[in-house]
Design a binder for this molecule. Structure first.
Ligand SMILES: [Zn+2]
Length: 373
């Protein structure tokens, strides 16, 4: 599949991990204005805790109904950017007559503004599927109940800690057909979701920097995806991750756009699936493990021996810019087997100039590890 090229007017939003909600909505409205369609509708669904409007966008007039929501975790914007590209592509495609899409591009606008995972009441919306204690959770559930989707796409970013089990490669993005019960039984809804995931992985692999993974499937009824899957609607968790130095996740954003395109083409083709083959193929996607860090500095002299230091970047929003602050996260951490960047001081001993401050902030000019944005 050929990669989609985004028009220039999107760049103010898609070139950044952090963008303002209003600039995102402006660009989304430009996309819609460029391809007017009688079936396109933007609805104000309700308001966030801080009284910010949350929008639902319906597109297309076909029979396959898909509900997609992104940024329920406010600091996970990669898939939201992918949605801009996907919507633009969809409106130019023939698929409008085959699908009815219901898209909530930013479910947690308060979290987006403050770059927090949680909403303004400090609640993780993806642990609120049973309690439905928050306005954002109630709103998503009411769209699910009234729209009655055939499929759900639950769009997220994952942290930079994931690699394949051997640790030889990072996981650039991962997918999951969430469990529908504690036993993690393979229900009909799960199989349908698995078949779409298999197809997506097959179509994006050649464009990936590293590996595509399968997210862990422990059941938690408080998670929205698990709940919708349990209600019988095939649901897919998308996790946009990071590889190498792609900290703005631009390459991953393209990969997620391709995944969305290939998913709906697959649904439209309505291929017969063989359950056993689907399960085998799904299980052959590499599981993900928490065995990566951002920067691993090996062989740092410490007394008579050498130690390995793991550094994680902490994302800090300051003056409307996202800063990546290096923080010491571990010394000889046995869980860490690889990193997006590895520096071995054995081969370059004279480059030791670093400083670790009281709050574990790690600064080194010679090693070129400093705060960046
Ligand atoms: Zn998330």
């Amino acid at each position: 599949m050929s990669a989609y090229t985004a028009p220039d007017f999107m760049k103010s939003v898609i070139d950044n991990r952090y963008f303002s909600y209003s600039s995102f909505m402006d660009v989304l409205n430009m996309v819609l204005d460029n391809e007017p369609s009688s079936s396109t509708q933007m609805i104000e669904l309700g308001k966030s805790v801080l009284e910010i409007p949350i929008y639902g966008l319906t597109l297309g007039s076909g029979k396959h109904k898909i509900l997609m929501w992104s940024q329920m975790h406010g600091n996970e914007s990669t898939t939201t950017r992918s949605l801009l590209m996907f919507v633009d592509w969809f409106l130019k495609s023939e698929l409008q007559s085959k699908f009815k899409l219901y898209i909530i591009p930013v479910l947690n606008p308060d979290g987006l503004s403050h770059w927090t995972r949680e909403n303004a009441n400090n609640i993780d919306l993806n642990r609120d599927a049973q309690n439905l204690s928050q306005p954002e959770s109630q709103l998503l559930r009411s769209v699910f109940d009234t729209f009655k989707p055939d499929y759900c796409f639950n769009l997220h970013d994952q942290r930079t800690i994931y690699g394949i089990p051997s640790g030889s490669h990072a996981v650039q993005c991962s997918f999951l057909s969430p469990a529908a019960n504690q036993n993690r039984d393979v229900t009909p809804a799960r199989i349908k979701a698995m078949s779409i995931i298999n197809h997506m992985v097959g179509s994006i692999n050649e464009n990936a920097i590293s590996q595509i993974g399968r997210y862990g499937d422990g059941f938690n009824a408080n998670c929205v995806g698990d709940t919708f899957q349990a209600l019988g609607t095939p649901t897919i968790l998308f996790e946009a991750g990071q590889s190498d130095e792609d900290y703005y996740r631009n390459k991953t954003m393209e990969l997620i756009t391709l995944s969305l395109q290939s998913a709906i083409k697959f649904i439209e083709e309505n291929n017969k699936i063989n359950d056993e083959e689907v399960i085998t193929s799904y299980n052959s996607i590499s599981a993900i493990e928490t065995n990566y860090c951002d920067v691993l500095i090996k062989n740092v002299p410490s007394g008579r021996k050498n130690v390995d230091l793991s550094i994680m970047y902490k994302e800090v929003l300051k003056d409307n810019l996202l800063h990546f602050v290096p923080i010491l996260s571990g010394v000889n951490d046995i869980k860490v087997v690889n990193a997006h960047r590895v520096i071995d001081l054995k081969s370059d001993k004279d480059q030791i100039d670093f400083e670790i401050s009281v709050n574990q902030k790690f600064i080194s000019n010679n090693l070129d590890i400093c705060i960046f944005y």
